[in-house]
Design a binder for this molecule. Sequence first.
Ligand SMILES: Nc1nc2c(ncn2[C@@H]2O[C@H](COP(=O)(O)OP(=O)(O)OP(=O)(O)O)[C@@H](O)[C@H]2O)c(=O)[nH]1
Length: 280
Amino acid sequence: MTIQWYPGHMAKAKREAEEKLKLVDFVIELVDARAPFSSENPVLHQLLQDKPKMVVLMKKDLADPKITTQWLNYYQKRDVSALAIEANNTKDIQRIINMAKDLGKPKMDKLRAKGVRPRALRAMILGIPNVGKSTLINRLANKKTAITGDKPGVTKKQQWIKVKKDFELLDTPGILWPKFEEEEIGYRLASIGTIKDTILPKEDVAAYILDYVSTNYPDLLEKRYGFRTIDDMMTAFEAIGKKRGCLESGGVVNFDQTSDVILQDLRSGKLGLISFEQPE
Ligand SMILES: Nc1nc2c(ncn2[C@@H]2O[C@H](COP(=O)(O)OP(=O)(O)OP(=O)(O)O)[C@@H](O)[C@H]2O)c(=O)[nH]1
């Protein structure tokens, strides 16, 4: 599901996230490893107030590993607990659980000191559309895990997934909107597929990708398409279209299909491991 965000949607999403936040000890914020800055929600820090969070950089299998390491150092310097993961990797899922427990420990210790009966740590997943929230919830739930039942105090019944005996996760994530204040951010988000292909013209996004990759990863461009520099975007599209059979009758290159090929090559990782932003 990719939502087109209007002020009404944003207000509703914010309200729902605030309701859910009241129920949890901490938040797992998902961002995309290829663009962690652009894919974070711009108001989450206000909603969280003092609530602890950990950041999970999703889809590390599509990102440039060197840049992902730079991002992890960036978060570490700011005392933010962060991990980069690939959802299919079982060890990565275990690393999330371990980090979550560490993060929740001070709160649990405090409750125990007050004489409160020990209870499971409670967390929720939050992030912009298409960042991998449902995938991660399913992986943490590990399918066979039981849902532990409703908790009172909310209008909508919330279900809890028992990840471990002392760690529970809300079964529905908080969905928040992406940043859209700068055109460059919009292009990065469109490239990685976290905003609708109809919001920015597909050909423009494909041209953005080619331009970015030729500047930052010319070897990858050459490996996939056979050229490393772009003097003229139309010639580049024509070369790719011909190579990949995106042709109309008379051998004319279909630019729309060629744009799809470029977007698909990037999003599936066939173009290589590419990150769209580095920490400052
Ligand atoms: N390569 C790769 N793909 C992933 C990873 N995690 C999730 N995905 C893919 O990303 C896409 C979106 O995942 P979802 O779990 O549906 O994302 P969501 O945040 O729940 O999306 P919304 O329902 O739109 O809010 C799916 O095609 C997933 O298979 C990952 O670690 N690596």
